[in-house]
Design a protein around this ligand. Structure first.
Ligand SMILES: Cc1ncc(COP(=O)(O)O)c(C=O)c1O
Length: 389
C-alpha cells in the first residue's frame, strides 16, 4: 500500500526520540534524563483544585478562549511579573504552550515565509513552521559563546521574506538566557524589518544566579508585534495537564482563536481550574522547585567536569547541553548505546538541530539519588563507549 504521506511532512521516519522511548519501554530500571518532564509532583493545592473542579462538574467544554476568570488571572500575572498589560480578550488558553506554537504558525505563515529560529532549539518550532508551509531559517548559537543569541546573528539571516522571529528565553536545550541589552537590539531589528516575534517564556521562572528574563512584549512598541507564549508545565510541574496560553494583539487573537477551536475546541476544563489555582495560590512551590533544579544543576556540572565533558553554562531551565565530541562517537550512537548498555536515557542534540551529532541534552529531572546513580552508570560506561569500542 502506498500511503502517500503529505509532502509537507518533512520527517517521515520515526525520530530517534520515539526509537529510544520504544527501547526504554522494554528495559527495566531505566533512569530517564531525556524528556523535559519534571519528576516533581504538581503541588498539592493545584492538584486539589483539579480534583474539586472535577467533582464539581468541570467535565465539559469551556469557552474556546478559556475560562474568563483564568484569563483575568493570567493578565494579573503578566502585569505583576512581566510588566505586560493585556486584557482578557487578548489571551487564549491552550492545550500547553505547544498548541500556541502551532496556532501561531498556522495563523501567520504563507507559503515561503521565513521564520528565524535559533539553533540548537526546541524543534517543535521547526515542525510547526514546515507544516504551516513556512521556511525555517536557522540562527546559529555557539558553545564558546555559551549559546547566547545575538542580534548580530539574527540580522545576518534576515531577508525580504523574513516574517517571524522566535525567541526562547531561557532556551531549550541550552538554558541560555538572552540579556535585556540584546533583547533591545532584537526589538530594533523587529521594528526595522517588520517582524512578528514569538516570545516563548515557558522557562522564565526557572533562572539561576543573577539571570533574569525580560519579556519581549514589555519593550516599547513591541506588544503590537509580539505573541507571548507561556504555560504551566515547567514552573508548576504540570506537563500532563496540557495547559498553557498565549497573549497577542486582539486583531490576531480573533483568527488564532478560531484555529485553536479547530484544533482542540478548548483547553481541558479541569486543567484550566488547576491553572487558576496555580496563579492564585502561593508561589512558594515555584521557588522551592527552582532551588531543587539549581542544586541538581550544580551537582551535575561537577559530574561533567569530573568526566572532562564540556557544556554550555545554563542560566535557566533544567538541562545541560553537553559536548561529547571528545568521545569519538556520534551523539546518536552514544545515546542509544548508553540506553541499551547502562540504562540511562539521554537525548542526542540532533533532536534539537545539532547536525554535527556532537551534543547530548541531559535533563536534570530525577531525584538526587537517581542522578547520582545515573552519574555512576555513565562513568562506568564511558570507557566502553569511547572511540566506539
Ligand atoms: C521551549 C518550549 N516551549 C514549549 C514547550 C511545550 O510546553 P507545554 O508542555 O506547555 O506544551 C516546551 C516543552 O518542552 C519547550 O521546551
Amino acid at each position: 500500500m502506498n500511503y502517500r504521506i503529505a509532502d509537507r511532512i518533512v520527517h517521515k521516519d520515526e525520530s530517534i526520540r520515539s526509537k529510544m522511548l520504544g527501547i526504554a519501554a522494554k528495559l527495566e530500571g531505566v533512569i530517564a534524563l531525556g524528556r523535559g518532564d519534571p519528576d516533581l509532583p504538581t503541588p498539592a493545592h493545584i492538584l486539589e483544585a483539579g480534583q474539586k473542579a472535577l467533582a464539581g462538574g468541570a467535565t465539559h467544554y469551556t469557552a474556546p478562549q478559556g475560562l474568563p476568570e483564568l484569563r483575568e488571572a493570567i493578565c494579573t500575572k503578566l502585569e505583576r511579573e512581566n510588566n505586560l498589560l493585556y486584557k482578557p480578550d487578548e489571551i487564549v488558553v491552550t492545550a500547553g504552550a505547544q498548541e500556541g506554537i502551532y496556532v501561531t504558525m498556522l495563523a501567520l505563515l504563507n507559503a515561503g515565509d521565513e521564520v528565524l529560529l535559533t539553533s540548537p532549539g526546541y524543534t517543535s518550532y521547526n515542525q510547526a513552521v514546515e507544516l504551516a508551509g513556512g521556511v525555517v531559517v536557522t540562527v546559529p548559537t555557539y558553545q564558546h559563546q555559551n549559546f547566547a543569541l545575538t542580534a548580530e546573528a539574527v540580522k545576518a539571516k534576515i531577508t525580504s521574506r523574513s516574517r517571524i522571529l522566535c525567541l526562547m528565553n531561557p532556551s531549550n536545550p541550552t538554558g541560555a538566557v538572552t540579556p535585556k541589552a540584546e533583547i533591545e537590539k532584537l526589538a530594533a531589528l523587529a521594528l526595522e524589518h517588520d517582524l512578528i516575534v514569538i516570545s516563548d517564556e515557558i522557562y522564565e521562572r526557572l533562572v539561576f544566579d543573577d539571570s533574569s528574563v525580560t519579556s519581549f512584549a514589555s519593550l516599547p512598541g513591541m506588544k503590537e508585534r509580539t505573541i507571548t507564549v507561556n504555560g504551566f508545565s515547567k514552573a508548576y510541574a504540570m506537563t500532563g495537564w496540557r495547559i498553557g496560553y498565549f497573549a497577542a494583539p486582539r486583531e490576531l487573537v480573533i483568527p488564532m482563536n478560531e484555529i485553536h477551536h479547530g484544533l482542540t475546541i478548548c483547553a481541558p476544563a479541569v486543567s484550566q481550574h488547576a491553572a487558576l489555582a496555580a496563579l492564585r495560590g502561593s508561589q512558594d512551590c515555584v521557588e522551592e522547585y527552582r532551588q531543587i533544579f539549581a542544586s541538581r544543576r550544580t551537582y551535575f556540572r561537577g559530574v561533567l567536569d569530573g568526566l572532562g565533558l564540556s557544556y554550555g553554562e545554563p542560566q535557566g531551565a533544567f538541562y545541560l547541553y553537553t559536548n561529547i565530541s571528545s568521545l569519538g562517537l556520534g551523539a546518536g550512537e552514544f545515546c542509544v548505546r548508553l540506553l541499551e548498555e547502562a540504562k540511562v536515557m539521554i537525548f542526542p542534540g540532533s533532536l534539537f538541530g545539532d547536525h554535527n551529532d556532537d551534543f547530548i541534552r541531559i535533563s536534570l529531572l530525577q531525584p538526587q539519588a537517581k542522578l547520582e546513580e545515573a552519574a555512576e552508570r555513565i562513568a562506568a560506561a564511558l570507557p566502553k563507549l569511547k572511540g566506539g569500542a
